[in-house]
Design a protein around this ligand. Sequence first.
Ligand code: SF4
Length: 154
Amino acid sequence: MIRRFFIRLNNIVTRCRRRRRVAPERLLLLGPHCLQLHSCDRKVTDDLDQCARCGGCRVSEMLDLCHEYGIRGHLVGGGRRALAKVRQPDVTAVIAVACEKELCEGIMAAFPKPVLAVSNECPNGPCRDTTVDIAAVRAAILELLDPAQSVSSG
Ligand code: SF4
């Protein structure tokens, strides 16, 4: 409950008080490795383009969003790797998909960079074949993306 409250509060603050519109190349979409179907052998960590877009998991849709809006996207296997991506100097804002625990830690570690957080869902238990509401991810992208510099009209 506390984590959920913190994430909601962060998103409200990011939307209302710290809101920035950023160029697509400075917006980072981060997701957890557990979004990838566990039986898939594609090396999508760090390179979403390795996804064969079979539709077996949400990675293909995450990749589609990155191409549609021209933003960067990575799947990472842990908090340390996520933080390294977030701290890259040319990253201005982040859309983070993860479990609530990882989101809370990531939001604090990324400060002062704005992070819009989207919780993933774990219908198969923690850290296994997780999923995410792609519409929520798209909405978060659109909230932070500078429409004047977006490659998509959507
Ligand atoms: S969409 Fe298919 S190819 Fe892409 S990561 Fe998921 S299971 Fe692998």
